[in-house]
Design a protein around this ligand. Structure first.
Ligand SMILES: [Zn+2]
Length: 226
């Protein structure tokens, strides 16, 4: 194995200096271009935005170290990508259908303290993922949640029940999200698959809502603390 060729190959001091200049220019250009998208910062990206970032990234990378690649070509391509981004964004505000195509639509995950089964089945998001999201927002059980919505940028929006509206619901913290082995009289249990709450008589009873028997966890009705 030729280590010299792996690390240095035909790099000259001259070209190393050129790389410094090329990289500095491209770096400044990326900042300039991303600033001019009008976005203030990026927490979560929609697929559409991610596409733009990926495109800009790969266009910006090559001219940093490719000797026979003039920067003007990269500038042209990046300007075009930016123009497309702006045009698509503008067009999607005019046409709802196009926006749907570009960004998708928000998805209901929880409604009235129960999980919406259709979307969970489609695999848009796993139990674990949105339980974690809700825990971070201070939710202890689904009975506190009126609406849980998955936004198109992957953010999770939660609308809580007011104190007096809090219902019995499925606990979402790991120690409480446990299938019960023995049923206590007068205790309510929540289906661990869909969050449906009922009085059951056996730990392996089938859920009346999702018709599965994935176990039952002791339902909670603690009010939200904020
Ligand atoms: Zn169920």
């Amino acid at each position: 194995m030729d280590w010299i060729s792996i690390f240095i190959y035909d790099t000259t001091w001259d070209f190393a200096a050129e790389i410094v200049i090329r990289t500095t220019i491209m770096f400044c250009l990326i900042i300039l271009l991303l600033r001019s998208t009008g976005k203030r910062g990026i927490r979560q990206l929609s697929i559409f935005e991610l596409t733009i970032i990926l495109a800009l990234g790969s266009i910006a990378g090559d001219p940093m170290f490719t000797e026979d690649l003039p920067l003007i070509q990269a500038v042209l391509i990046m300007s075009l990508v930016l123009f497309l981004y702006r045009f698509f964004t503008w067009f999607s505000t005019k046409h709802k259908l196009f926006e749907l195509l570009l960004e998708g639509k928000p998805t209901y995950i929880v409604e009235n303290g129960m999980l919406i089964m259709e979307d969970v089945k489609k695999g848009k998001m796993s139990h674990d993922e949105f339980f974690a999201e809700m825990r971070q927002q201070g939710v202890r059980h689904l009975g506190q949640v009126e609406v849980g919505l998955l936004e198109t940028d992957g953010e999770f929006s939660v609308l809580l029940f007011p104190h007096e509206g809090t219902q019995y619901g499925l606990p979402i913290f790991p120690k409480e999200f446990q299938a019960t082995k023995a049923i206590k009289d007068g205790q309510l249990y929540a289906c661990m698959h869909c969050g449906y709450v009922e009085c059951i008589s056996a730990p392996n009873e089938e859920c009346n809502r999702c018709h599965l028997s994935r176990g039952w966890a002791k339902a909670l009705n603690n009010k939200i603390v904020n």
